[in-house]
Every structure is written in structure tokens, then in C-alpha cells.
Ligand binder design. Structure first.
Ligand code: SPV
Ligand code: MG
Length: 555
């Protein structure tokens, strides 16, 4: 394969010979060999996978896939471009249907050079004049090239090739243009003398009469190639016995695709739903396979710097929030509206703004009412009798992925996006955000998770790794350094340890009702470093109707 990054059907290491050499072997093998038409990368790959030892890049189908006529309407460089994709997608030799060579001797020698550069094994040129017309369209009216002039194309092409095994097949169109066997033989003889590597004898008859007559006279002077499109009913055995070198199935992949595409298009236009065609079309994963997607995934593993997976979030939103009264009669607190959107939507938006989109919500009270799109959901059916730790465990049990960082948030705490960014910053196993303005919660008379840390907030502390010492509701004022805002980030490497601590805490009698601050204190008690990021304000814990009013102005 010329492109090591391309998907390959066969192991290139098992194919030591150049494609040009392998084409030669097909041309000279004692067996009848077959080439299948291909007109782009994916059809070439399909042809190789089916077992074809070589492919025919036919002018009819290459032009048709571009939606133009087989009359040199696609430029030769456009053909070349497509060939490059076909070569990249395969390992077998490709014989290009080079029409007339796209001009005179000069165009042919340039074509040969370009084909060699792109890994095309061989070219076939036909003895007509540019621009050509497909042989099956008014063949008798077609003008044949002057023999000497055509021989100059062959000679120039042969002189131009750098790889001795590159082949130039010359196509005799005498039968197509209404001439007889004599003219066909005269031309074949001249082309052979000019250096042609094989003759493609073409016929538009429904029987192989002309090509068999030619082969009988020509014998084994050089390999003879046929395109049995019109005499398709002929048993292949006849070609074998006659001693042809290669039979080309010249347009059958495109012709197979056309009725399949037409049927699919008509059904979709009529039925206006995808169900009606799903069983008749290839699954998308088959496209991926043909494109060699797995090779790219492997290469990414080899070449790309190792990164943790995409961060994920668990939002604990099981509780009703009864202090909100009627507002939570039919939905939990996380779905109560603030500025036209549920609290949960504000939380999701903040995480999304920080580039995090894998969010799992732990539901409990009225789970059916928590249904924002694009989120994962896990239910804690025992939410009424259990604490936050059980809800966290439900989420951890539902997702075994320990390859990415985990954020834990409350479903009733809204916040500015920078809070998440600041939590992401320290490369710590565990980190939390602490509001230095803890007096605020005291003033509002609500319960809060207070923290005591390795040092209080100060300008100086900005440069230090501040560590959590304890987190509880009952930390005496003199020891309080702030209020935990309910955000915890766990680095991917520490997730297995988090799972262990959660499991062991839950095994204790008080574990079923434990809150997250119990978890934090337990982590510290076990010698884990829980890094503290100090901040002030810019978050809101919605516990009461007054909070809700405040949230309206905050959000
Ligand atoms: C082609 O496949 O483009 C050929 C063969 O040249 S034919 O269409 O039969 O002329
Ligand atoms: Mg053609």
C-alpha cells in the first residue's frame, strides 16, 4: 500500500511484490483471471474484500459516479484524484481505463508518469481520438485513431515508465467501429510491435463470436483481455478454453448500486420514515469498518498523548425540598423554576460552559418529573430513608468508568461557571470549593457544612496548598474557615479509593443516612489530601422560598 495510514484489506507485509509486478503476473498467468470494476475508494475496497486480485477503474463508471458522461467530461486529473483514493483503499493492482490516453503521445507519457507516482499498476488505452465516446453508443460511427499515431502513444508511454513492470494494455476498437477481423489483427500487430503489453479486444455483440475469432488468429502473441458486458450470457468456461488472459467485469458494482439507491430513494420519498428502509441498508458501523476506523482508533492510542477521559458529573437531586411547600408537590426541588428554567438546567448550563457534558442526575422524589434531555439518569428508590452517600453510591455503581475525573454537585446549588474552572485547576486527587463568607449562612439561619482547613483564607494562602481538616455542621465558630459549597472533584486516579471509602462507610450502621460531609471527613481521617480552593460568593443553595427569590436575581 502506498499510504500506510489507509485501511488495508490484506496485510501488506504478506504481499512483497509491487502492484505492477502482481498485475504482470495476472496478465501472464496460465489461468483466466478476473478484474472487477471499481469507481471510488469504497467500491475498490469492497472489490478487494470479495477476493478480486485486481480492479478495473472503468471510464464509464468513474465518469458516472461523478454524474457526467463517458466522453472525457471528467478531466484526467479528476480521474487521477479518484485513483489515488482507490489505491489508498486497497492493496491489489488497479488497471486504469485510460480512454484514448487523453491526447497524443505527450499526454500519454505524462499520464504514465503520474499513474506510476500514484501506485496505479497499469493503463489501458484505446485506439480512438480524444474526446472518446463509450463503445456502446453508436459504435459504428466512431472514428478510429491513425495506426501510426496510436503507436506513437504506446511508444511514448513505454519510454516514460520507470518501473519495468508497469503495463500498457492497448484496446482494439476495430469491431466496435464496424471493421472486421482483418483490421483488428492489423492493428493488434502494430500495437504489439510498438511495445504494448497486451491487447484488449472489445466487442458489442451479444455473443463472443468476434473476440473468439480474434483470439484464434492472434494465438499467444501477447495476452488478450476481454470485457464481456454485452456477451454476458457466455459461460466463463468458454473464455477459459479460448485462453484469454483476463476477463473484466467492467461496470457491475455501479450497476448493482443503482437499483439499490433508486429503491431506497423511492421508498423514503413515499413513506417519509426511516423504518421502511432500515433493514435494506448497510448499518453505519459497516461504513466505519470499510473506512478502516478501527485502525485510526489504534493509531490514536499509539500516537496521541494519553489524556484522561472526558470529565463527568454526578448531580445529587433525589430530595423533594419540602421547605418549598406546594412548589415541590409534583416535582423535586431541582426542577423548580428560576428565571424560566429549572434549577437543574442552570447547573447543566454551568457545567456545559466549563466544557463538561457527561452529566448523570440521581433522582429520587418524583423521578418522572426530572427529564431534561441529554442527561443520564440513575434512581435512588430509597431516597426517603437514605442520605446523600447512598445516592452517590447509586451513581458510582451505575458507571464503572474510572478513566475520567468526577465532579459531584447538588441539584439545588446554582453557581457561576468559574467555580468549576477553579475546582479543575489543582492537580489534586480530591478538591473542594469553600466560601470564605460563612457568616452569610449564619445570618440566614440555615444549616451549613462548615470547614476547618490547614490555614485560613488570606492573600498568602493563595500560594499554598490548603488542605481540609474537617467538614461538619457543628464546627465551632473559632475554628471555621468557610462553608463548603457542595462541590467535590475527584481525579480519575483517586476514583477507586473513593469507591472503597463509600463502600466501607455504607457498611456502617450510620452509613445509610450519611451526608457528603461525612465522606469528606472520612477521606481526611484516612490520610487523603482534600485540597481546598477558597472563593467568595457566586453560588446559591436553594433551601427556602426566600432562597428561590434570591436565586431569581442571581441566575
Ligand atoms: C469502461 O468500462 O469504461 C469501458 C468498457 O471502457 S465499455 O464501457 O464497455 O466501453
Ligand atoms: Mg471506458
Amino acid at each position: 500500500m502506498s499510504d500506510p495510514s489507509a485501511p488495508s484489506a490484506a496485510d501488506p507485509a504478506a504481499l512483497p511484490l509491487r502492484r505492477t509486478t502482481r498485475f504482470r503476473q495476472l496478465l501472464h498467468s496460465r489461468e483466466l483471471e478476473f478484474l472487477l470494476e471499481a469507481h471510488n475508494g469504497i467500491s475498490a475496497r469492497i472489490g478487494e474484500e470479495a477476493g478480486f486480485k485486481g480492479l478495473w477503474a472503468g471510464g464509464l463508471c468513474m465518469s458516472a459516479q461523478y454524474g457526467v458522461r463517458d466522453s472525457n467530461e471528467a478531466s484526467w486529473t479528476q480521474v487521477l484524484e479518484m485513483l489515488e483514493f482507490m489505491v489508498d483503499a486497497t492493496t491489489v493492482p488497479i488497471l486504469l481505463d485510460g480512454d484514448t490516453g487523453y491526447g497524443n503521445f505527450n499526454n500519454v507519457r505524462r499520464l504514465v508518469r503520474k499513474l506510476e507516482q500514484r501506485g496505479v499498476a497499469a493503463v489501458c488505452i484505446e485506439d480512438k481520438v480524444y474526446p472518446k465516446t463509450n463503445s456502446f453508443i453508436d459504435g459504428e460511427k466512431q472514428q478510429l485513431a491513425d495506426i501510426d499515431e496510436f503507436c506513437s502513444r504506446i511508444k511514448a508511454g513505454k519510454d516514460a515508465q520507470r518501473d519495468d513492470d508497469f503495463s500498457i494494455i492497448t484496446r482494439v476498437e476495430a469491431f466496435i467501429a464496424g471493421w472486421g477481423l482483418g483490421e483488428a489483427l492489423r492493428r493488434a500487430e502494430a500495437y504489439h510491435a510498438a511495445g504494448s503489453d497486451g491487447i484488449l479486444i472489445h466487442s458489442a455483440l451479444a455473443t463472443p463470436r468476434e473476440v473468439l475469432a480474434f483470439k484464434r488468429e492472434w494465438g499467444d502473441r501477447s495476452p488478450v483481455v476481454i470485457v464481456p458486458t454485452k456477451y454476458y450470457a457466455t459461460p466463463t468456461e468458454v473464455f477459459r478454453e479460448a485462453g484469454f488472459s483476463i476477463a473484466i467485469w467492467a461496470n457491475h458494482l455501479l450497476r448493482a448500486a443503482i437499483p439499490a439507491m433508486q429503491a431506497c430513494a423511492a421508498t423514503l420519498a413515499r413513506e417519509q420514515n426511516l423504518r421502511s428502509v432500515e433493514d435494506d441498508v448497510a448499518p453505519v458501523r459497516e461504513i466505519f469498518r470499510l473506512q478502516g476506523t478501527s485502525e485510526l482508533q489504534e493509531a490514536e492510542g499509539r500516537y496521541l498523548p494519553r489524556q484522561g477521559g472526558e470529565s463527568r458529573v454526578v448531580v445529587l437531586a433525589a430530595s423533594r425540598g419540602s421547605a418549598l411547600g406546594e412548589l415541590t408537590a409534583t416535582r423535586p426541588k431541582t426542577m423548580v423554576q428560576v428565571r424560566g428554567q429549572p434549577l437543574l438546567a442552570h447547573i447543566v448550563a454551568a457545567y456545559n460552559a466549563a466544557g463538561i457534558k457527561r452529566i448523570t442526575v440521581v433522582r429520587g422524589y418524583q423521578p418522572g418529573a426530572v427529564d431534561l434531555p441529554g442527561l443520564g439518569y440513575v434512581d435512588n428508590p430509597e431516597h426517603e430513608s437514605t442520605g446523600e452517600l447512598v445516592s452517590l453510591a447509586c451513581a458510582l455503581d451505575a458507571d464503572a468508568d474510572d478513566g475520567s475525573d468526577l465532579y459531584v454537585s447538588y441539584g439545588d446549588v446554582i453557581f457561576k461557571r468559574y467555580i468549576i474552572d477553579s475546582l479543575a485547576e489543582p492537580a489534586a486527587d480530591f478538591s473542594i470549593v469553600v466560601d470564605t463568607d460563612w457568616h452569610e449562612s449564619v445570618n440566614r439561619g440555615r444549616a451549613a457544612d462548615y470547614v476547618s482547613c490547614s490555614e485560613p483564607h488570606s492573600r498568602h494562602a493563595f500560594y499554598h496548598d490548603v488542605q481540609l481538616r474537617r467538614c461538619a455542621e457543628d464546627i465551632p465558630e473559632a475554628e471555621r474557615h468557610g462553608e463548603w459549597m457542595g462541590f467535590l472533584r475527584v481525579g480519575a486516579g483517586a476514583l477507586p479509593r473513593l469507591r472503597t471509602v463509600v463502600r466501607e462507610l455504607l457498611a456502617r450502621p450510620e452509613g445509610r443516612t450519611a451526608k457528603l460531609h461525612h465522606l469528606l471527613s472520612e477521606l481526611v481521617a484516612r490520610g487523603e489530601q482534600v485540597r481546598v480552593v477558597y472563593t467568595t460568593g457566586h453560588w446559591l443553595d436553594v433551601d427556602s422560598v426566600a432562597d428561590l427569590v434570591a436565586a431569581g436575581s442571581f441566575a
